[in-house]
Write a protein that binds this ligand. Structure first.
Ligand code: ADP
Ligand code: MG
Length: 238
C-alpha cells in the first residue's frame, strides 16, 4: 500500500511557481530520499507533506485518505529539521515528551513513552540533561526521539545531519537507516548530498527547478540517468 501520494502537486509563492506538477507514490516502509541542489524545492515539498505549508493545487493522500487541506495534527507524520529546534530550557526528557504534552497525554503515559523513544536512540542515560550539555550527535538523537514519541507512520527528515562533522554524519546515517528498518516506518529524507542519498535510499527522487528529473533506485539513477541533468548532478563531486 502507498503511504504518501502526491498527485499533480504544485506550489506557488505569488507569481512564482516553485514546484510544478509533482507526482510521487511513496510505499509503506520505504526509505525515500529527495535529492537536489539548494533552492530546488525540497524543503517546501516536505513542509507541504507535514502540513506546515499549503498546497497551491493538486492532491496529497496519506494512508489512503485525502489530507490536502488538513491540519498538521491530523496527519500521522513527524518532522525533524536541520537545526533540531530543541528547547534549551527543557531537559532531554521534557524535549522528547513535548509533543505528548501538547496532545494532552497523561503524565504516566508520557513518562513511559519518553523512555521508550529514548531507549530506541540510546538516550536513556541523558534524560535529565539539558541540550547545552549534549554533543551534536546526542542532540540529533533527541530530535529523532521527539519525532518517535508519537509513533508516526511517516518520518520527514530535512537535511538532519548537515550540522554534524563528516565522521559523525556517516555514523548517524547508519543509525537512522537502522532505526527506519527496525521500526518499519516510511521515511522521507532530504539531502543535497548524493553520497548520502545513494547510501540511504531505497529510491531516490532527483529534483531540480521544482521538477522531478528522475525517480529510481540508487543503481538506476547512477547507471541509467534519464537526462543530462541527472548524469551531471550524480557525476559531480558534492
Ligand atoms: P531547498 O530546500 O531545495 O533548498 P526550498 O524548498 O527551501 O528549497 O525553496 C525552493 C524555492 O522556493 C527557493 O527559490 C526559495 O527561495 C523559494 N521559497 C521558499 N519559501 C518561500 C516563501 N515562503 N516565499 C517565497 N519564496 C519561497
Ligand atoms: Mg531546504
Amino acid at each position: 500500500m502507498s503511504s504518501v501520494t502526491l498527485q499533480s502537486v504544485e506550489k506557488s509563492f505569488g507569481q512564482l511557481t516553485i514546484l510544478k506538477a509533482i507526482d510521487l507514490d511513496i510505499e509503506d516502509g520505504e526509505f525515500l530520499v529527495l535529492l537536489g541542489p539548494s533552492g530546488c524545492g525540497k524543503s517546501t515539498t516536505m513542509r507541504m507533506i507535514a502540513g506546515l505549508e499549503t498546497i497551491s493545487s493538486g492532491t496529497l493522500m496519506m494512508g489512503g485518505k485525502d489530507v490536502t487541506n488538513t491540519h498538521p495534527r491530523e496527519r500521522n507524520v513527524a518532522m525533524v529539521f536541520q537545526n533540531y529546534a530543541l528547547y534549551p530550557h527543557m531537559t532531554v526528557a521534557e524535549n522528547i515528551g513535548y509533543p505528548l504534552k501538547v496532545a494532552k497525554a497523561s503524565k504516566v503515559d508520557r513518562v513511559q513513552k519518553v523512555e521508550e523513544a529514548a531507549g530506541k536512540v540510546d538516550l536513556l542515560p541523558y534524560l535529565a540533561r539539558y541540550p547545552r550539555d549534549l554533543s551534536g550527535g546526542q542532540r540529533q538523537r533527541v530530535a529523532l526521539a521527539r519525532a518517535l514519541v508519537r509513533d508516526p507512520a511517516v518520518f520527514l527528515l530535512d537535511e538532519p545531519l548537515s550540522n554534524l562533522d563528516a565522521k559523525l554524519r556517516v555514523a548517524m546515517r547508519a543509525e537512522i537507516k537502522h532505526l527506519q528498518r527496525s521500526l518499519g516506518v516510511t521515511m522521507i529524507y532530504v539531502t543535497h548530498d548524493q553520497i548520502e542519498a545513494m547510501t540511504l535510499a531505497d529510491r531516490v527522487v532527483l529534483l531540480s527547478d521544482g521538477e522531478i528529473q528522475q525517480v529510481g533506485t540508487p543503481d538506476q539513477i547512477y547507471d541509467d540517468p534519464d537526462n543530462l541533468f541527472v548524469a551531471g548532478f550524480i557525476g559531480s563531486p558534492s
